[in-house]
Design a protein around this ligand. Structure first.
Ligand code: ADP
Length: 316
């Protein structure tokens, strides 16, 4: 009796349900929704049992997977999330395409404004041109960050593992930020030991470190310092820290700063240029390495960003 009701309820569910019996190694139940999908059971189940995925792609469609087990039987509750995936992909492609298309017009406007600025003598016109230059530089930074995010979310976002000399990566970033740091009168100190290596994607970790170090300079004070450190934990995890003696971040904003486009206190950030995308790029890169990023900060004293990269093969 209950079995009958159970069967009718599961048949009405928009989720596909499949029950596999471990003892006999066979599928013992599928509901109507699963059968309507017309999936070849054995091949699908093999994939489910082998990879234990939370999401599965099968013949061009995507399913989210929840698993329930009572020891003998395994029940898989599946949801067809293909429309959601299609929408997400279209959104990402759209952002990437728009960003790409904006690149050229922005740089054309920028170079024309630069030429006019240099030739202009009227101080009022010069001021306007300077504002155009500042705004186009902001647009350029935004487009660059959006393209980095788009690349990370695409196939290019795969981690290419290699042995990376972290100290050299940081030295190069310091070299590139030299002018900016001098202008801000901030000293960047590379405390990473000579020859310290880390197994990671060098290009992506370079982007991560540049974002953290640039922020540490940007949100610093005259005469301030930035320390970059790295150490290897007993389990092989590499911990990288970027610490600054800057303005710090109020506690209530700490959970929000890794969100896309989030900038702490617009009035304090207005003076300092930024896109609000830097830390979401940092978080994304840490996550694809199977790692984490955390922050400690005290308003008025400074901030410490800590990134942990587990050894290759320990990724989730
Ligand atoms: P932005 O382009 O605004 O720098 P981020 O995503 O890199 O965007 O950072 C988000 C916000 O977090 C910043 O607007 C800033 O207010 C705050 N923040 C980031 N790093 C620091 C830091 N080292 N010190 C103080 N505030 C910081």
């Amino acid at each position: 009796m209950t079995d009958g009701i159970f069967k009718r309820i599961t048949d009405l569910s928009p989720c596909g349900i499949l029950i596999y019996d471990n003892r006999i190694g066979e599928v013992v139940y599928t509901n109507q929704t699963f059968r309507d999908w017309g999936i070849l059971k054995t091949e699908f189940v093999e994939k489910l049992l082998k990879d234990k995925p939370r999401e599965i792609e099968f013949k061009g469609r995507f399913y989210s997977v929840k698993t329930v087990s009572d020891g003998d039987k395994l029940a898989f509750i599946l949801e067809d999330i293909t429309p959601l995936k299609t929408y997400q992909r279209a959104k990402k492609d759209f952002v990437a395409n728009v960003s790409h298309e904006l690149k050229t017009p922005i740089s054309v406007i920028q170079s024309i404004a630069e030429t006019l600025y240099m030739e202009e003598e009227d101080p009022i016109k010069k001021r306007f041109l300077n504002r155009i230059l500042k705004r186009t530089a902001e647009m350029e930074a935004l487009v660059e960050d959006l393209l980095v995010l788009a690349a990370l979310e695409s196939k290019e976002g795969k981690v290419l593992w290699e042995k990376v000399n972290l100290r050299s990566v940081v030295d190069e970033i310091i070299q590139n930020l030299k002018g900016f740091a001098q202008e801000k009168q901030v000293e960047i100190i590379n405390e990473i030991p000579e020859g310290f290596t880390c197994l990671c994607d060098g290009h992506k970790i370079g982007i991560l470190l540049r974002n953290l170090i640039e922020n540490a300079v940007k949100y610093n004070r005259e005469g301030g310092k930035v320390f970059v450190r790295a150490k290897r934990e007993k389990d092989g995890t590499v911990t990288v820290e970027v610490e600054d003696t800057g303005i710090g971040i109020p506690k209530k904003y700490l959970p929000l700063i890794f969100e896309r486009f989030y900038r702490v206190d617009k009035s304090r950030s207005r003076e300092i240029r930024g896109t609000g995308l830097g830390l979401s790029i940092v978080k994304h890169i840490a996550l694809i390495h199977g790692g984490t990023v955390e922050v400690e900060s005290e308003e008025g004293k400074g901030s410490l960003f800590r990134v942990k990269i587990p050894p290759k093969g320990r990724q989730n």
